[in-house]
Design a protein around this ligand. Structure first.
Ligand SMILES: NC(=O)c1ccc[n+]([C@@H]2O[C@H](COP(=O)([O-])OP(=O)(O)OC[C@H]3O[C@@H](n4cnc5c(N)ncnc54)[C@H](O)[C@@H]3O)[C@@H](O)[C@H]2O)c1
Ligand SMILES: [Zn+2]
Length: 359
């Protein structure tokens, strides 16, 4: 079992990472909570079908009362109606302040379940059990919760750290391939932005990782969690250095929004966004041709899209203005200054568009 500590003073928590750890959730809970606290597992239909029974069993065996609440899979579940349904369920079952909410699923379940945990009775303990690669390496670490509203993504949310994160890399065996590849885009982003050595490791080992060989997969997930944990520990509330995790995301978010969130999975858009950001950085003289080629080569070899269709560029502008990271009339674009390092480039959306069109 590998343990990564997320150091946030009195909100610190461990990420427990192993193969097969889902079967030990009951033990982990018993080590941390009194068994008179009920455990409420929030999951989605796809994940419930595969994992709900074993998770229910391990928690019940540890002496906790377990309740399971299942939501529909997909982004459309990230809305107030879903949250309200869960509140109704918690109230109906007289869930006390000590009740433990467990989010078992991908980023959608995690964002909804953690939002509920942060608001029900002004906050109850939250345990994250991520099951997609994106959730293993990104959404389960860092304490951002969120739901969509009024056509805007993640516009309602809180910062709320979990008490514990349990990552079982075996869950990736049942994840659809397209979702696995999309998660790899965040892995590559993380390495490209923060750690050259890790990036080289991925260049050498991506095939084994995609075939889910235990040792390289464990290293891939744990290194990404470590890097994200270090950044979050420096900037819990996303006011400064956490920007670095947004590498490739300015263009990715605009691309997703301009195609109605129907064409690309988030990770696929991130892959295109990373390559476009790298090319732009090269054009600005901030990194080398080789730096660009390495990122493009790796993402393409993984099987991700990397080309920003020129015809799509004019549609990006309105969505660049909507960028959450905009300060005044400038976007804080993350520029690559070599594999493993970045810097911020405050730029007006029109100027960014000019540079993109000239690539
Ligand atoms: N809070 C954060 O910091 C943060 C960071 C990044 C992304 N996110 C959010 O995460 C969400 C995307 O997460 P995602 O990519 O995990 O999507 P998701 O939760 O929709 O999961 C993808 C699909 O895979 C299925 N699935 C998940 N695990 C499975 C498994 N082990 N076996 C079989 N099927 C499985 C799900 O049912 C779903 O159909 C977005 O809403 C995004 O906003 C949040
Ligand atoms: Zn992302």
């Amino acid at each position: 079992m590998k343990t990564i500590d997320v150091n946030l003073a009195n909100r610190s928590y461990p990420i427990l990472l192993a193969s097969g750890s889902i079967g030990q959730i009951g033990d982990f809970l018993r080590e941390r909570f009194a068994p008179d606290a009920p455990a409420i597992v929030i999951t989605d239909e796809n994940v419930a079908r595969i994992y709900a029974e074993s998770v229910e069993m391990t928690i019940a065996d540890a002496g906790f009362k377990v309740l399971i609440y299942t939501i529909e899979p997909g982004e459309a579940s990230k809305r107030l109606q879903t949250v309200s349904g869960i509140y109704d369920f918690l109230v109906k079952h007289k869930t006390p302040r000590g009740g433990i909410i467990i989010g078992l699923g991908g980023g959608v379940v995690g964002d909804v379940a953690s939002f509920v945990a942060s608001t029900y009775k002004r906050g109850v303990p939250y345990v994250a059990v991520p099951t997609s690669l994106l959730a293993h390496v990104d959404s389960s670490v860092g304490g951002k919760t969120g739901i969509h509203h009024g056509g805007e993504k993640n516009v309602i949310g809180t910062f709320y750290q979990p008490h514990l994160v349990v990552i079982d890399i075996d869950t990736l065996r049942t994840l659809p391939t397209r979702e696995l590849l999309a998660g790899m885009a965040e892995v590559v982003k993380c390495a490209a932005a923060l750690d050259e050595k890790y990036f080289s490791f991925l260049e050498r080992n991506y095939q084994k990782v995609l075939r889910l060989h235990e040792a390289p997969l464990l290293h891939t997930v744990s290194r990404c969690c470590e890097l994200k944990a270090e950044v979050v520990a420096q900037d819990e509330f996303d006011k400064g250095v956490r920007h670095v995790l947004n590498y490739g995301h300015t263009i990715a978010h605009a691309l997703e929004a301009s195609t109605g969130f129907r064409v690309f999975l988030h990770g696929e858009a991130v892959s295109i966004g990373v390559v476009a950001a790298a090319k732009l950085s090269r054009a600005l003289g901030r990194c080398s041709d080789e730096d660009v080629q390495r990122q493009e080569r790796l993402l393409r070899a993984i099987g991700l899209p990397t080309r920003l269709d020129k015809a799509m560029i004019p549609n990006l502008i309105d969505h660049l203005y909507a960028d959450k990271k905009r300060v005044g009339n400038k976007i804080h674009f993350v520029v690559c200054t070599g594999i493993g390092s970045t810097e911020l480039w405050p730029v007006a959306p029109e100027e960014l568009m000019k540079h993109l069109s000239a690539l």
